[in-house]
Design a protein around this ligand. Structure first.
Ligand SMILES: [Zn+2]
Length: 59
């Protein structure tokens, strides 16, 4: 049982994805927070698809 989630790292990853990638799910451009029905996701969360987009951008 070594699955430890470090909030600081997770939020850094969110911030990174938000900064470098657009989101295919909610159609926002880099730097714009993800939203659902016009309401920003809580806690600076981003859609899962956006991480993939960010990784492709960084590759
Ligand atoms: Zn999104």
């Amino acid at each position: 049982m070594t699955r430890v989630w470090l909030p600081r790292r997770r939020s850094a990853r969110r911030a990174w994805a938000r900064t470098v990638a657009c989101c295919p799910t909610c159609q926002v451009t880099p730097g714009v927070p993800c939203h659902r029905n016009g309401i920003a996701l809580p806690d600076g969360a981003v859609h899962a698809r956006r991480y993939q987009e960010a990784e492709e951008t960084a590759a």
